[in-house]
Design a protein around this ligand. Structure first.
Ligand SMILES: *[C@@H]1O[C@H](CO)[C@@H](O)[C@H](O)[C@H]1NC(C)=O
Ligand SMILES: *[C@@H]1O[C@H](CO)[C@@H](O)[C@H](O)[C@H]1NC(C)=O
Ligand SMILES: *[C@@H]1O[C@H](CO)[C@@H](O)[C@H](O)[C@H]1NC(C)=O
Ligand SMILES: *[C@@H]1O[C@H](CO)[C@@H](O)[C@H](O)[C@H]1NC(C)=O
Ligand SMILES: *[C@@H]1O[C@H](CO)[C@@H](O)[C@H](O)[C@H]1NC(C)=O
Ligand SMILES: *[C@@H]1O[C@H](CO)[C@@H](O)[C@H](O)[C@H]1NC(C)=O
Ligand SMILES: *[C@@H]1O[C@H](CO)[C@@H](O)[C@H](O)[C@H]1NC(C)=O
Ligand SMILES: *[C@@H]1O[C@H](CO)[C@@H](O)[C@H](O)[C@H]1NC(C)=O
Ligand SMILES: *[C@@H]1O[C@H](CO)[C@@H](O)[C@H](O)[C@H]1NC(C)=O
Ligand SMILES: *[C@@H]1O[C@H](CO)[C@@H](O)[C@H](O)[C@H]1NC(C)=O
Length: 511
């Protein structure tokens, strides 16, 4: 629908792409995925290495756009580039089952078209497609910014959509016969596709609430350059049936009545319903924010980008993007900043995207157009873990590698059971030494690999050696192999999770 690229990428993509420069590649798999580079890891952090990070790296330095799961040692766990560009990979509950959810399609909040036209998708633990969800929006399809299954009912989903509508924009200095990019939120029944709630920004939010300077940004003269006044990027439904939405371009979090769509109150922006109190009033503001979530009945967390790019202009309102928690007094209508999570060792404003999520006693912050993630203790704010998607190379940020949100799960909550078998290749190095390389994309329970061998393809059964899985791909010495090899993937209890194809051992090259 919209062809105008986000200026971040337009400005910075000159020295990019750098495909096949930094990606990790494998002997047994054609995947070429950026590494997760770990910069800080507290000794107490994730002792069993069971944490999984769910991301969708995109950008001009990404050779294989795909949903990606990494573990906390930085190793790849799963990627499927046949899916293509995605956003918002998450683990949610649908129909009583743990599912992987994401949005896939055209558009990219960090480096391409600012809003998306795609499909919200649901995969089971075997990485099979079990449902697709779409907004009902003939003018723009299903947007990439939100796909949240409403809990505990686990039957309906919240999605965003955008569509250009004709509008008089003269009140903000735009054309009288202009175009407005209407932000739509819908709650959709997943099984039937029926729209249960439909709400648009144009019907409820004054043009004058916007901070998206129409002279700097889109001109609003055509449907292709419709003015993105509000830019909704998160929706959450509370237990009263009301919707909390984050609107980046009005710097406002709105609470919307689930019965009639009226705005119950605004937090932030030009017309906040709340007065800032507490001793940190300066930092209690937020700009260009993402991912507003309830954390209990009167605390809201969000990711405060502190910056944006409007047209070709970098707008920096805060020097560093941070995760923030606000305590609301809903009677007195006061708000105070109660927690702030600051990135390290890299720090700076984020020009797009980002998330602040809570897992037990930890907070995971994703910095969006800066492809960093940090994990902090929720109470003490102590930095426990810090990593970068891709190398620790600032040249690649701002459009080279970006990531919309960072969600987390663990190998205790999510059991990846791929439908494939382990992939194996047997190779000799230049000295003739034989190695067998094995990987099993998406398998989360493999602890050991057993190398089996036999003189011919039909007689492979003797176990030559058993080695620990060392990461996405494990190298096994092939010394002593007969003519054929096969690898069995073993669980912690020694049971066989899967066996590879039988492959011939390459002959020793004549020197
Ligand atoms: C990562 O890069 C930043 C500069 O962008 C530097 O300050 C930091 O020390 C680097 N960290 C590591 C662990 O290399
Ligand atoms: C976790 O990963 C680290 C780094 O790769 C490794 O040193 C450590 O032994 C692993 N711990 C466990 C319990 O596997
Ligand atoms: C969802 O859409 C994809 C892409 O069009 C398709 O391959 C897949 O079969 C669909 N899944 C279901 C459950 O309909
Ligand atoms: C959205 O994408 C679909 C599939 O590519 C296409 O048929 C449709 O025309 C697009 N809609 C808009 C409004 O661009
Ligand atoms: C979640 O969905 C399942 C299957 O439809 C249903 O049985 C269960 O009651 C739902 N959970 C809740 C809390 O509503
Ligand atoms: C949602 O509301 C908009 C504006 O009021 C309207 O144009 C559109 O048809 C509605 N969509 C649905 C699916 O009800
Ligand atoms: C909006 O942008 C124009 C053109 O760059 C500039 O002259 C004006 O000061 C800006 N207004 C605000 C409120 O920033
Ligand atoms: C400001 O908010 C109040 C309610 O809190 C609302 O009545 C009023 O219309 C809003 N003003 C504008 C300009 O949106
Ligand atoms: C505010 O100041 C008081 C007293 O100096 C201090 O105890 C409290 O932790 C401060 N609160 C915040 C949010 O910084
Ligand atoms: C960082 O990335 C840029 C762009 O690809 C590359 O030119 C440069 O060599 C990289 N720097 C390091 C230290 O790898």
């Amino acid at each position: 629908m919209r062809t105008k690229p986000l200026a971040v990428a337009a400005l910075l993509s000159t020295s990019i792409p750098v495909h096949a420069v930094f990606e990790r590649t494998y002997h047994s798999s054609p995947l070429a995925i950026q590494p997760l580079t770990v910069l800080v890891r507290a000794p107490s952090y994730d002792p069993q290495n069971s944490t999984l990070f769910l991301v969708c790296p995109t950008g001009s330095a990404i050779a294989q756009p795909s949903p990606v799961i990494y573990d906390s040692t930085g190793e790849l766990v799963w990627a499927d580039p046949t899916i293509g560009g995605c956003n918002d990979l998450n683990l949610q509950t649908y129909n009583g089952k743990k599912v992987l959810t994401f949005w896939a399609g055209n558009g990219n909040p960090g480096t391409g078209v600012q809003v998306g036209n795609g499909t919200a998708r649901i995969f089971d633990e075997a990485y099979r497609s079990v449902a697709n969800v779409s907004a009902v929006n003939p003018g723009g399809g299903t947007d990439l910014h939100e796909f949240r299954i409403v809990q505990p009912e686990n039957k309906t989903a919240l999605v965003t959509a955008y569509t250009p509508v004709p509008a008089d924009l003269s009140v903000v200095g735009g054309p009288k016969e202009g175009w407005y990019l209407n932000a739509i939120i819908q709650e959709v029944d997943i099984a039937s596709g029926r729209v249960l709630f439909n709400w648009t920004s144009f019907d409820h939010i004054a043009l004058t609430e916007s901070y998206n300077n129409i002279s700097q940004a889109e001109d609003g003269l055509s449907s292709q350059t419709a003015w993105d006044a509000v830019h909704i990027n998160s929706i959450e439904k509370d237990s009263h049936g009301n919707y909390l939405i984050s609107a980046r371009h009005t710097w406002t979090v709105y609470n919307i009545d689930g019965r009639d769509g009226q705005i119950l109150w605004r937090l932030g922006g030009k017309n906040s319903s709340f007065t800032v109190t507490g001793n940190d009033t300066a930092d209690a503001q937020f700009h260009w924010q993402h991912d507003a979530r309830w954390r209990g009945s009167n605390v809201i967390s969000l990711f405060d980008d502190g910056a944006a790019v409007l047209g070709g202009t970098f707008v920096i309102n805060e020097p560093v993007a941070t995760g923030k928690f606000f305590q609301l007094d809903l009677e007195r209508k006061t708000v105070q900043l109660v927690n702030r999570f600051i990135p390290a060792p890299n720090a700076g404003p984020s020009f797009a995207e980002g998330s602040t999520e809570v897992y037990g006693s930890q907070v995971v912050v994703g910095y969006g157009s800066n492809p960093w993630l940090t994990v902090h203790d929720l109470t003490t704010q102590q930095l426990l873990f810090s990593a970068v998607i891709g190398p620790n190379n600032s040249t690649l940020w701002l459009g080279g590698i970006t990531n919309y949100r960072v969600y987390q799960t663990s190998t205790n909550e999510f059991i990846g059971r791929p439908q494939t078998t382990p992939a194996v290749t047997a190779e000799r190095d230049s000295l003739g030494a034989l190695s067998v390389y094995v990987s099993w994309n998406g398998a989360t329970q493999v602890v050991n690999y057993a190398l089996l061998t036999g003189a011919d393809a039909g007689s492979v059964k003797g176990t030559l050696r058993t080695v620990q899985r060392t990461g996405f791909e494990t190298q096994i010495s092939g010394e002593g192999s007969e003519g054929y090899v096969q690898v069995a993937a073993l669980a912690k209890d020694g049971s066989v999770l899967g066996t590879s194809a039988v492959v011939p051992v390459p002959t020793v090259p004549l020197v």
